[in-house]
Design a protein around this ligand. Sequence first.
Ligand SMILES: NC(=O)c1ccc[n+]([C@@H]2O[C@H](COP(=O)([O-])OP(=O)(O)OC[C@H]3O[C@@H](n4cnc5c(N)ncnc54)[C@H](O)[C@@H]3O)[C@@H](O)[C@H]2O)c1
Length: 343
Amino acid sequence: MRRLFVAGGAGFIGSNFIRQVLAGRSGVEVVNFDALTYAGNPDNLREIAGDGRYAFVHGNVADAAAVAEAMRGCDAVVNFAAESHVDRSIHDASDFIETNVRGAYNVLAAARDLGIGRVLHISTDEVYGPADREHPRREGDAFAPRSPYAASKAAGDMMCHAFAETHGLAVIVARPANNVGPYQYPEKAVPLFVTNALDGQPLPVYGEGLQERDRLYVDDCVRALLLLLERGEPGEAYNIQADNHRPNIDVARAILDLLDKPYALIQFVDDREGHDPCYWMDSSKVRALGWQPDLGFEAAIERTVRWYRDNRWWWEKIKSGEFRAYYERQYGRRLATARPYAG
Ligand SMILES: NC(=O)c1ccc[n+]([C@@H]2O[C@H](COP(=O)([O-])OP(=O)(O)OC[C@H]3O[C@@H](n4cnc5c(N)ncnc54)[C@H](O)[C@@H]3O)[C@@H](O)[C@H]2O)c1
Protein backbone atom coordinates (compact mmCIF):
# COMPACT_ATOMS: atom_id res chain seq x y z
CA MET A 1 0.00 0.00 0.00
CA ARG A 2 1.59 3.25 -1.19
CA ARG A 3 -1.27 5.66 -1.80
CA LEU A 4 -4.53 5.23 0.09
CA PHE A 5 -7.84 6.78 -0.99
CA VAL A 6 -10.03 7.44 2.06
CA ALA A 7 -13.63 8.57 1.54
CA GLY A 8 -15.22 10.32 4.53
CA GLY A 9 -11.92 10.85 6.34
CA ALA A 10 -12.94 14.16 7.90
CA GLY A 11 -15.51 12.52 10.19
CA PHE A 12 -15.12 10.75 13.52
CA ILE A 13 -13.68 7.31 12.73
CA GLY A 14 -12.10 8.36 9.43
CA SER A 15 -10.02 11.14 11.00
CA ASN A 16 -8.79 8.83 13.77
CA PHE A 17 -7.97 6.26 11.08
CA ILE A 18 -5.95 8.72 8.97
CA ARG A 19 -4.04 9.90 12.05
CA GLN A 20 -3.12 6.30 12.91
CA VAL A 21 -2.10 5.48 9.31
CA LEU A 22 0.21 8.49 9.00
CA ALA A 23 1.72 7.84 12.44
CA GLY A 24 2.32 4.14 11.88
CA ARG A 25 2.95 3.62 8.14
CA SER A 26 5.80 5.90 7.09
CA GLY A 27 5.72 5.10 3.35
CA VAL A 28 1.98 5.64 2.85
CA GLU A 29 0.29 8.71 1.33
CA VAL A 30 -3.37 9.46 2.05
CA VAL A 31 -5.95 11.16 -0.18
CA ASN A 32 -8.91 12.21 1.96
CA PHE A 33 -12.02 12.64 -0.21
CA ASP A 34 -14.79 14.22 1.83
CA ALA A 35 -17.88 16.36 1.15
CA LEU A 36 -17.53 18.16 4.52
CA THR A 37 -21.17 17.71 5.46
CA TYR A 38 -22.23 18.96 8.90
CA ALA A 39 -20.36 15.92 10.32
CA GLY A 40 -17.12 16.46 8.41
CA ASN A 41 -14.73 18.84 10.10
CA PRO A 42 -11.25 19.98 9.01
CA ASP A 43 -10.46 20.59 12.70
CA ASN A 44 -10.46 16.80 13.14
CA LEU A 45 -7.19 16.64 11.21
CA ARG A 46 -5.77 20.08 11.74
CA GLU A 47 -2.42 18.86 13.13
CA ILE A 48 -1.70 16.83 9.96
CA ALA A 49 -3.01 19.36 7.41
CA GLY A 50 0.59 20.35 6.53
CA ASP A 51 1.95 16.79 6.30
CA GLY A 52 3.38 16.24 2.79
CA ARG A 53 1.93 12.72 2.71
CA TYR A 54 -1.63 14.03 3.17
CA ALA A 55 -3.92 15.54 0.52
CA PHE A 56 -7.50 16.70 0.97
CA VAL A 57 -10.01 16.63 -1.90
CA HIS A 58 -13.38 18.30 -1.35
CA GLY A 59 -15.82 16.02 -3.14
CA ASN A 60 -19.02 14.02 -2.91
CA VAL A 61 -19.16 10.24 -3.29
CA ALA A 62 -22.47 10.68 -5.10
CA ASP A 63 -20.44 12.30 -7.94
CA ALA A 64 -19.02 9.29 -9.82
CA ALA A 65 -16.62 11.28 -12.01
CA ALA A 66 -15.14 13.16 -9.03
CA VAL A 67 -14.60 9.89 -7.14
CA ALA A 68 -12.84 8.26 -10.11
CA GLU A 69 -10.62 11.30 -10.70
CA ALA A 70 -9.51 11.52 -7.06
CA MET A 71 -8.94 7.76 -6.81
CA ARG A 72 -6.63 7.62 -9.85
CA GLY A 73 -3.07 6.72 -8.78
CA CYS A 74 -4.18 5.10 -5.52
CA ASP A 75 -3.67 1.40 -4.82
CA ALA A 76 -6.03 0.90 -1.85
CA VAL A 77 -9.40 2.34 -0.81
CA VAL A 78 -11.26 2.74 2.48
CA ASN A 79 -14.83 4.02 2.47
CA PHE A 80 -16.08 5.71 5.65
CA ALA A 81 -18.29 8.24 3.82
CA ALA A 82 -21.82 8.05 5.17
CA GLU A 83 -24.74 9.82 6.66
CA SER A 84 -24.32 8.18 10.04
CA HIS A 85 -27.00 9.35 12.47
CA VAL A 86 -30.10 7.17 12.97
CA ASP A 87 -32.23 10.04 14.33
CA ARG A 88 -31.62 12.15 11.22
CA SER A 89 -32.56 9.19 8.99
CA ILE A 90 -35.91 8.96 10.77
CA HIS A 91 -36.58 12.61 9.93
CA ASP A 92 -35.48 12.34 6.26
CA ALA A 93 -33.52 9.48 4.69
CA SER A 94 -32.91 10.86 1.20
CA ASP A 95 -29.27 11.89 1.85
CA PHE A 96 -28.70 8.46 3.40
CA ILE A 97 -29.69 6.79 0.15
CA GLU A 98 -27.57 9.18 -1.92
CA THR A 99 -24.41 8.69 0.15
CA ASN A 100 -24.72 5.25 1.74
CA VAL A 101 -26.11 3.47 -1.34
CA ARG A 102 -25.31 5.49 -4.49
CA GLY A 103 -22.01 6.73 -2.97
CA ALA A 104 -20.95 3.22 -1.92
CA TYR A 105 -21.72 2.02 -5.45
CA ASN A 106 -19.64 4.82 -7.00
CA VAL A 107 -16.64 4.02 -4.80
CA LEU A 108 -16.85 0.32 -5.72
CA ALA A 109 -17.31 1.03 -9.42
CA ALA A 110 -14.34 3.41 -9.53
CA ALA A 111 -12.18 0.88 -7.67
CA ARG A 112 -13.17 -1.83 -10.16
CA ASP A 113 -12.54 0.36 -13.20
CA LEU A 114 -9.14 1.52 -11.89
CA GLY A 115 -8.05 -2.00 -10.93
CA ILE A 116 -7.61 -1.12 -7.24
CA GLY A 117 -6.14 -4.13 -5.44
CA ARG A 118 -7.71 -3.66 -2.01
CA VAL A 119 -10.95 -2.01 -0.83
CA LEU A 120 -12.23 -1.80 2.75
CA HIS A 121 -15.86 -0.77 3.17
CA ILE A 122 -17.13 0.32 6.59
CA SER A 123 -20.56 -1.13 7.33
CA THR A 124 -22.16 -1.46 10.80
CA ASP A 125 -23.52 -3.91 13.37
CA GLU A 126 -26.94 -2.34 12.77
CA VAL A 127 -27.40 -4.25 9.50
CA TYR A 128 -28.24 -7.36 11.53
CA GLY A 129 -31.03 -5.68 13.49
CA PRO A 130 -31.49 -6.29 17.21
CA ALA A 131 -29.55 -9.12 18.86
CA ASP A 132 -28.48 -10.03 22.38
CA ARG A 133 -25.67 -11.82 24.21
CA GLU A 134 -27.47 -15.17 23.88
CA HIS A 135 -27.90 -14.76 20.11
CA PRO A 136 -24.79 -13.02 18.76
CA ARG A 137 -24.82 -12.33 15.03
CA ARG A 138 -22.19 -13.93 12.84
CA GLU A 139 -20.95 -12.59 9.54
CA GLY A 140 -23.05 -14.98 7.41
CA ASP A 141 -26.31 -14.21 9.20
CA ALA A 142 -29.25 -12.58 7.45
CA PHE A 143 -29.71 -8.81 7.60
CA ALA A 144 -32.74 -7.32 9.35
CA PRO A 145 -32.15 -3.54 9.45
CA ARG A 146 -34.87 -1.56 11.20
CA SER A 147 -33.95 2.11 10.80
CA PRO A 148 -33.63 3.92 7.47
CA TYR A 149 -29.94 4.43 8.36
CA ALA A 150 -29.40 0.70 8.91
CA ALA A 151 -31.32 -0.16 5.73
CA SER A 152 -29.12 2.18 3.66
CA LYS A 153 -25.97 0.69 5.22
CA ALA A 154 -27.25 -2.84 4.51
CA ALA A 155 -27.67 -1.90 0.84
CA GLY A 156 -24.08 -0.60 0.64
CA ASP A 157 -22.79 -3.71 2.41
CA MET A 158 -24.65 -6.03 0.00
CA MET A 159 -23.33 -4.07 -2.98
CA CYS A 160 -19.81 -4.90 -1.76
CA HIS A 161 -20.59 -8.59 -1.83
CA ALA A 162 -22.14 -8.24 -5.27
CA PHE A 163 -18.93 -6.56 -6.52
CA ALA A 164 -16.76 -9.28 -4.99
CA GLU A 165 -18.84 -12.04 -6.61
CA THR A 166 -19.63 -10.39 -9.93
CA HIS A 167 -16.52 -8.36 -10.65
CA GLY A 168 -13.92 -10.15 -8.53
CA LEU A 169 -13.21 -6.90 -6.65
CA ALA A 170 -10.99 -7.49 -3.60
CA VAL A 171 -13.40 -5.80 -1.19
CA ILE A 172 -13.48 -6.50 2.54
CA VAL A 173 -16.39 -5.37 4.73
CA ALA A 174 -15.98 -4.26 8.35
CA ARG A 175 -19.01 -4.17 10.65
CA PRO A 176 -18.01 -2.21 13.76
CA ALA A 177 -20.11 -1.73 16.89
CA ASN A 178 -20.69 1.72 18.45
CA ASN A 179 -17.44 3.65 18.72
CA VAL A 180 -16.52 6.21 21.38
CA GLY A 181 -13.59 8.61 21.49
CA PRO A 182 -12.25 11.99 20.32
CA TYR A 183 -13.79 13.99 17.44
CA GLN A 184 -17.27 12.40 17.46
CA TYR A 185 -19.98 14.88 16.44
CA PRO A 186 -21.99 15.68 19.59
CA GLU A 187 -25.33 14.46 18.16
CA LYS A 188 -24.28 10.93 19.20
CA ALA A 189 -25.17 9.84 22.74
CA VAL A 190 -21.74 9.79 24.41
CA PRO A 191 -20.35 13.16 23.22
CA LEU A 192 -23.83 14.68 23.67
CA PHE A 193 -23.99 13.53 27.29
CA VAL A 194 -20.40 14.57 28.05
CA THR A 195 -20.64 18.05 26.51
CA ASN A 196 -24.09 18.72 28.02
CA ALA A 197 -22.80 17.63 31.43
CA LEU A 198 -19.75 19.92 31.08
CA ASP A 199 -22.17 22.80 30.37
CA GLY A 200 -24.48 21.84 33.26
CA GLN A 201 -27.26 21.05 30.74
CA PRO A 202 -29.72 18.12 30.94
CA LEU A 203 -28.74 14.74 29.52
CA PRO A 204 -31.72 13.59 27.38
CA VAL A 205 -31.87 9.81 27.81
CA TYR A 206 -34.30 7.95 25.50
CA GLY A 207 -37.06 5.91 27.15
CA GLU A 208 -35.84 4.46 30.43
CA GLY A 209 -32.22 4.34 29.22
CA LEU A 210 -32.31 0.55 28.92
CA GLN A 211 -31.02 0.22 25.35
CA GLU A 212 -27.60 -1.42 25.35
CA ARG A 213 -24.70 -0.68 23.03
CA ASP A 214 -21.10 -1.81 22.86
CA ARG A 215 -18.67 1.06 23.56
CA LEU A 216 -15.68 0.24 21.36
CA TYR A 217 -12.84 2.74 21.74
CA VAL A 218 -12.12 4.30 18.35
CA ASP A 219 -8.35 3.54 18.45
CA ASP A 220 -9.18 -0.13 18.99
CA CYS A 221 -11.62 -0.05 16.07
CA VAL A 222 -9.05 1.66 13.84
CA ARG A 223 -6.44 -1.02 14.65
CA ALA A 224 -8.94 -3.66 13.55
CA LEU A 225 -9.69 -1.73 10.34
CA LEU A 226 -5.99 -1.47 9.47
CA LEU A 227 -5.56 -5.17 10.11
CA LEU A 228 -8.49 -5.95 7.81
CA LEU A 229 -7.22 -3.61 5.12
CA GLU A 230 -3.85 -5.35 5.15
CA ARG A 231 -4.75 -8.94 6.03
CA GLY A 232 -8.51 -9.45 5.64
CA GLU A 233 -9.71 -12.03 3.15
CA PRO A 234 -11.18 -10.41 0.00
CA GLY A 235 -14.92 -10.98 -0.32
CA GLU A 236 -15.30 -11.53 3.44
CA ALA A 237 -17.02 -9.49 6.16
CA TYR A 238 -15.74 -9.05 9.72
CA ASN A 239 -17.60 -8.03 12.87
CA ILE A 240 -15.70 -5.70 15.25
CA GLN A 241 -16.96 -5.62 18.81
CA ALA A 242 -15.23 -5.01 22.15
CA ASP A 243 -17.95 -6.67 24.31
CA ASN A 244 -18.14 -3.41 26.33
CA HIS A 245 -21.95 -3.38 26.39
CA ARG A 246 -23.80 -1.18 28.87
CA PRO A 247 -27.31 0.27 28.98
CA ASN A 248 -27.45 3.99 28.15
CA ILE A 249 -28.46 4.89 31.70
CA ASP A 250 -25.22 3.34 33.00
CA VAL A 251 -23.27 5.31 30.41
CA ALA A 252 -24.96 8.56 31.51
CA ARG A 253 -24.23 7.82 35.20
CA ALA A 254 -20.59 6.88 34.46
CA ILE A 255 -20.09 10.19 32.63
CA LEU A 256 -21.65 12.20 35.47
CA ASP A 257 -19.51 10.35 38.03
CA LEU A 258 -16.34 11.12 36.08
CA LEU A 259 -17.26 14.82 35.86
CA ASP A 260 -18.50 14.99 39.44
CA LYS A 261 -21.96 16.14 38.31
CA PRO A 262 -25.35 15.19 39.84
CA TYR A 263 -27.57 12.44 38.41
CA ALA A 264 -30.36 15.02 38.56
CA LEU A 265 -29.09 16.23 35.16
CA ILE A 266 -30.55 13.03 33.63
CA GLN A 267 -33.92 13.58 31.94
CA PHE A 268 -35.86 10.66 30.48
CA VAL A 269 -37.36 11.70 27.15
CA ASP A 270 -39.72 10.04 24.66
CA ASP A 271 -37.90 7.18 22.99
CA ARG A 272 -36.48 7.16 19.46
CA GLU A 273 -39.01 5.62 17.06
CA GLY A 274 -38.16 1.94 16.41
CA HIS A 275 -35.21 2.10 18.85
CA ASP A 276 -33.33 -1.22 18.72
CA PRO A 277 -32.82 -2.56 22.25
CA CYS A 278 -29.36 -4.05 21.68
CA TYR A 279 -26.86 -5.22 19.05
CA TRP A 280 -24.60 -8.16 19.67
CA MET A 281 -22.07 -9.74 17.33
CA ASP A 282 -19.65 -12.63 17.48
CA SER A 283 -16.27 -11.04 16.68
CA SER A 284 -14.15 -14.20 16.78
CA LYS A 285 -13.33 -13.90 13.06
CA VAL A 286 -11.37 -10.64 13.41
CA ARG A 287 -9.90 -11.85 16.71
CA ALA A 288 -8.56 -14.93 14.89
CA LEU A 289 -6.44 -12.51 12.81
CA GLY A 290 -4.82 -11.32 16.05
CA TRP A 291 -7.01 -8.33 17.03
CA GLN A 292 -8.34 -7.65 20.47
CA PRO A 293 -9.45 -4.37 22.07
CA ASP A 294 -7.08 -2.68 24.52
CA LEU A 295 -9.76 -0.77 26.42
CA GLY A 296 -12.68 -2.06 28.47
CA PHE A 297 -15.80 0.02 29.12
CA GLU A 298 -14.49 2.09 32.05
CA ALA A 299 -11.19 2.99 30.37
CA ALA A 300 -12.90 3.80 27.05
CA ILE A 301 -15.40 6.16 28.71
CA GLU A 302 -12.78 7.72 30.99
CA ARG A 303 -10.45 8.50 28.08
CA THR A 304 -13.35 9.87 26.03
CA VAL A 305 -14.65 12.11 28.82
CA ARG A 306 -11.15 13.44 29.46
CA TRP A 307 -10.72 14.37 25.79
CA TYR A 308 -13.98 16.40 25.60
CA ARG A 309 -13.17 18.04 28.96
CA ASP A 310 -9.74 19.11 27.63
CA ASN A 311 -10.86 20.09 24.10
CA ARG A 312 -13.71 22.57 24.48
CA TRP A 313 -12.25 24.50 21.52
CA TRP A 314 -13.32 21.61 19.28
CA TRP A 315 -16.94 21.10 20.35
CA GLU A 316 -18.02 24.57 21.48
CA LYS A 317 -17.79 25.81 17.87
CA ILE A 318 -19.91 22.89 16.66
CA LYS A 319 -22.56 23.28 19.30
CA SER A 320 -23.12 26.92 18.40
CA GLY A 321 -23.76 26.19 14.69
CA GLU A 322 -26.02 23.81 12.69
CA PHE A 323 -26.20 21.64 15.75
CA ARG A 324 -28.57 24.02 17.54
CA ALA A 325 -31.40 23.67 15.01
CA TYR A 326 -30.96 19.90 15.03
CA TYR A 327 -30.99 19.75 18.83
CA GLU A 328 -34.14 21.86 19.08
CA ARG A 329 -35.92 19.69 16.50
CA GLN A 330 -34.82 16.44 18.12
CA TYR A 331 -35.06 17.28 21.81
CA GLY A 332 -37.01 20.56 22.23
CA ARG A 333 -40.44 18.97 22.64
CA ARG A 334 -38.98 15.88 24.26
CA LEU A 335 -37.25 17.88 27.00
CA ALA A 336 -40.40 19.94 27.62
CA THR A 337 -42.22 16.70 28.55
CA ALA A 338 -39.27 14.86 30.13
CA ARG A 339 -39.44 12.72 33.26
CA PRO A 340 -36.82 13.49 35.92
CA TYR A 341 -34.30 10.95 37.16
CA ALA A 342 -35.38 9.36 40.42
CA GLY A 343 -32.77 6.80 41.39
N1 LIG B 1 -19.55 5.93 14.76
C1 LIG B 1 -19.90 4.68 14.99
O1 LIG B 1 -20.09 4.28 16.14
C2 LIG B 1 -20.05 3.71 13.84
C3 LIG B 1 -20.33 2.37 14.14
C4 LIG B 1 -20.44 1.45 13.09
C5 LIG B 1 -20.26 1.87 11.78
N2 LIG B 1 -20.00 3.19 11.53
C6 LIG B 1 -19.78 3.57 10.12
O2 LIG B 1 -18.46 4.08 10.06
C7 LIG B 1 -18.37 5.11 9.08
C8 LIG B 1 -17.80 6.36 9.73
O3 LIG B 1 -18.68 6.75 10.79
P1 LIG B 1 -18.43 8.09 11.60
O4 LIG B 1 -19.05 7.93 12.91
O5 LIG B 1 -17.01 8.47 11.48
O6 LIG B 1 -19.32 9.09 10.73
P2 LIG B 1 -19.32 10.69 10.72
O7 LIG B 1 -20.73 11.09 10.50
O8 LIG B 1 -18.58 11.24 11.89
O9 LIG B 1 -18.45 11.06 9.43
C9 LIG B 1 -18.91 10.84 8.13
C10 LIG B 1 -17.95 11.53 7.18
O10 LIG B 1 -18.39 11.27 5.83
C11 LIG B 1 -18.44 12.49 5.12
N3 LIG B 1 -19.49 12.39 4.12
C12 LIG B 1 -20.83 12.30 4.31
N4 LIG B 1 -21.47 12.26 3.14
C13 LIG B 1 -20.52 12.30 2.19
C14 LIG B 1 -20.57 12.29 0.78
N5 LIG B 1 -21.74 12.22 0.11
N6 LIG B 1 -19.40 12.33 0.09
C15 LIG B 1 -18.21 12.41 0.75
N7 LIG B 1 -18.11 12.45 2.09
C16 LIG B 1 -19.25 12.39 2.79
C17 LIG B 1 -18.75 13.55 6.17
O11 LIG B 1 -18.38 14.86 5.73
C18 LIG B 1 -17.91 13.06 7.34
O12 LIG B 1 -16.60 13.53 7.26
C19 LIG B 1 -19.77 5.27 8.51
O13 LIG B 1 -19.85 4.55 7.33
C20 LIG B 1 -20.67 4.68 9.58
O14 LIG B 1 -21.85 4.17 9.01
C21 LIG B 1 -19.90 4.12 12.51
